[in-house]
Design a protein around this ligand. Structure first.
Ligand code: DGJ
Length: 728
């Protein structure tokens, strides 16, 4: 619901659980008032203390009385150069070369539902009743610009989606230096910052630390959201746990460079800003043109971090992901990567597929190495023609044979890349991002194709669709194995070169939109050397993501635990792999490895040809168990219970929507003499119902208050178990 109180000039956006209030003061300035737990009616007006605090916080010209300062007031959208000395959301260079913007209220409109943002990933509604949108237009009459602030509040989700759009209504070009998507001002600084830093094979390492004075920045300059940082941050009060307390989660729906800045100002107020990183970014806006900054999602929770996560999970599962796979259980796949790497032929693949089928696997994925002359990672990206020395009868023949076995067929692509050793490079040595007369950096022996250029995208689209129109393909793994460097585009004017990274992403999104529209029956999996671009932007086009190249059970406990802060299990791909683990050399039990992988969207990456009959038989029950519980795991509510970051254990619980089945996963990392007993209180069950646990009937309230002893029967390192808890 969105109400505008004309007398008070106050906007109140609310649903059953949260309120967001802003007001126009002095008939001009849009200031932030409140966001948090629902307040039925917000009575106060213009109560932010009207003192100047000091002469070092300037006042706009017409308010010399000191009634307003951009430097003090909590704002909805801050701009640089006119008195706000904090980090700001907006900055531009105007035709006279100067930088100062003063944004004031011009108009607003309230809409049912949620308008679409053109060409960008976004959350959506299926019905206008699901949400309401407020568009507030700010203006700078001296600079002749307008900024639309979009706020969509969902009626049944504790979610506010925001974005900003600037219009040049002057007669001259101006240069946008920074246009972030949202600005959130909080009245104090008593928060912990929660973030998900990482690196390749060590994604989303959950960190929590108290907020301090000054500027704190999470960002990516890699030309991808990256595994180094997730475009996510939460502020939580220090007593907030997974089960109680307030949390404010911010997530940017974008896959390129981003920044999330938190500033504690001189008065210990906190500002959070997020949007496209202004590193190597500016944008020339011609008269009449607009620039739409991507969308971000704000989630409010007064019930702890699990509730915040579940709000993200259901939003992403139901209103970010699109297409027919959104509501479908996902197939159990096997992938030949760790089994064969580049060394395979049709016979080997068919043997693997046969064994996979016998195990109960549903989809066979042919990974890297099927095209050009790609026998290692030094060649052939861009040459999307089947390598007939490996597959003499072609891809179609392989796909048909695999499908005859009753499996679906999937294929790996890395469309955004080009190898310098490739036919494509010989033909088009200027199609990659590079700077003339400046050395181009290689990473994994490859360059990045310039997806900001239409002809480059058209060529790759044509190559891909030629294959996909001929070969029956049910699934695509879309990989992206390096980050951007020497970002420049041939033919682009010097003054527009810093637009290239964002134009690259607009190009990529356009490509993906066309591809998924043309192949609605193909399931897409997003990958970037694991989770290097696992972000909500990519999730708009691809309903699932490869979480990490690291498949070690112990490391995966952490990666998947961190990942669960924002992403639902169904998006989070995990595979049971061989030991010693290919990344870490660690040896863990089959059961532990299987259980960690079966906590998410499950697959197997085992060298099935080298397994004995007994070894293969040992894997079967896990696949059967996963199928039985797949709908609970992929669509249930996920609760974190014990953190592998803080303890020697990891535990989580998945409860189906009807609260009939709960799957309780528990892992002991290292064995311990005289170990402490772990009694876990469950959550998410019906208090008065009885549940069967290991043959015993126990009430929901007992399970949630007294709990269950968990580690008495676990002995040894890296052990795990799952309890299936059924309502009677
Ligand atoms: C990186 C991916 O994460 C792996 O799973 C595999 O597909 C390789 N690329 C192939 O080059």
């Amino acid at each position: 619901m969105i109400i505008f109180n004309k007398e008070k000039k106050q906007f109140h956006l609310s649903n059953n659980n949260m309120s967001y209030v802003m007001e126009i003061i002095e008939n001009k300035y849009l200031v932030h008032v409140y966001n948090g737990k629902k307040i039925q009616e917000f009575c106060q007006q213009n109560v932010y203390p009207q003192n100047g605090r000091s002469s070092f916080s300037p006042n706009p010209k017409e308010l010399e009385s000191g009634k307003f300062s951009y430097d003090l007031w909590p704002q909805e959208y801050s701009a640089s150069g006119a008195g706000d000395y904090r980090e700001t959301a907006f900055n531009a260079t105007y035709p006279d070369g100067t930088q100062a913007t003063s944004l004031t209220y011009k108009s607003h409109k309230i809409l049912a539902g949620k308008p679409e943002l053109e060409g960008l990933p976004q959350v959506y509604v299926e019905d206008k009743d699901e949400a309401s949108t407020l568009v507030v237009t700010l203006e700078d009459i001296y600079r002749e610009i307008e900024v639309d602030l979009n706020y969509t509040i969902y009626h049944d989700r504790d979610v506010l989606a925001r974005s900003a759009k600037v219009r040049n209504i002057s007669k001259e070009n101006m240069k946008l230096e920074r246009i972030l998507s949202a600005n959130f001002d909080f009245p104090h600084m008593n928060y912990d910052v929660i973030q998900l830093p990482g690196t390749w094979a060590k994604e989303k390492q959950l960190k929590r630390s108290p907020l301090s004075h000054g500027i704190f920045k999470l960002d990516s300059k890699r030309g991808a959201s990256s595994s180094a940082q997730q475009p996510f941050m939460a502020l939580a009060t220090s007593n907030t746990t997974d089960f109680s307390g307030e949390a404010h989660g911010f997530h940017f729906i974008y896959s390129g460079n981003f920044k999330i800045v938190t500033e504690v100002d001189i008065f210990e107020q906190t500002r959070v800003l997020l949007g496209i990183n202004d590193y190597q970014f500016n944008w020339t806006l011609k008269p009449g043109e607009c620039f739409q900054a991507p969308e971000m999602v704000y989630v409010y929770s007064d019930k702890g971090l699990n509730h915040m996560s579940q709000t993200f999970h259901s939003l992403y599962r139901e209103r970010l992901v699109r297409g027919k796979f959104r509501d479908q259980e996902r197939p159990i796949l096997t992938n030949n990567w760790e089994t064969t790497y580049f060394d395979f032929n049709e016979e080997k693949l068919l043997d693997l597929a046969e064994n996979a089928k016998n195990l109960g696997v549903e989809l066979f994925v042919l990974d890297d190495g099927w095209f050009g002359k790609r026998n290692d990672d030094t060649t052939s990206l861009g040459d999307w023609n089947v390598d007939t020395s490996k597959l003499p009868k072609g891809l179609k023949n392989l796909s048909v044979k695999i499908k005859e076995k009753g499996l679906k067929f999937g294929l790996w692509f890395e469309p955004e890349m080009i190898s310098p050793v490739s036919d494509l490079f010989k033909k088009h040595p200027d199609w990659h991002l590079h700077i003339n007369e400046f050395p181009s950096s290689l990473a994994r022996n490859q360059y990045v194709l310039d997806f900001s250029r239409q002809e480059v995208r058209d060529y790759i689209f044509d190559k891909m669709t030629t294959i996909l129109d001929e070969v029956p393909v049910d699934y695509i793994k879309w990989d992206f194995n390096r980050n951007l460097t020497e970002v420049a585009s041939v033919g682009r004017l010097a003054e527009n070169q810093q637009e290239t990274t964002h134009r690259y992403y607009l190009g990529l999104y356009d490509f993906l939109e066309k591809l998924i529209a043309r192949y609605p029956d193909i399931l897409f999996e997003n990958c970037s050397g694991g989770g290097g671009r696992f972000d909500p932007g990519m999730a708009y086009y691809m309903p699932q993501s490869w979480t990490s190249d690291n498949t070690d059970a112990v490391d995966r406990m952490k990666i998947q635990y961190g990942n669960s802060l924002v992403y639902p299990t169904i998006m989070t791909c995990a595979q049971l792999s061989d030991v010693p683990n290919h990344q870490l050399n660690r040896i863990t039990d089959l059961e532990t490895r299987a259980l960690v992988a079966m906590s998410a969207n499950f697959g197997v990456m085992l060298d099935l040809d080298k397994k004995t009959k007994a070894e293969l038989e040992a894997v079967k029950p896990f696949i059967e168990w996963y199928k039985e519980n797949r709908s609970t795991i992929q669509f249930g509510d996920f609760y974190r219970l014990m953190s592998p970051f803080d303890t020697n254990y990891a535990s989580w619980l998945i409860v189906d929507k009807e609260q009939e089945i709960a799957l309780l996963y528990f892992f002991q990392i290292l064995s311990n003499v005289s170990h402490p007993h772990i009694r876990l209180q469950l959550t998410g069950l019906q208090e008065n119902a009885f549940y069967e646990v290991d043959g015993q009937l126990i009430s929901g309230e007992e399970l949630m208050n007294y709990g269950l002893y968990m580690n008495g029967d676990l002995s040894g390192d890296f052990k795990g178990k799952v309890l299936t808890i059924r309502r009677k």
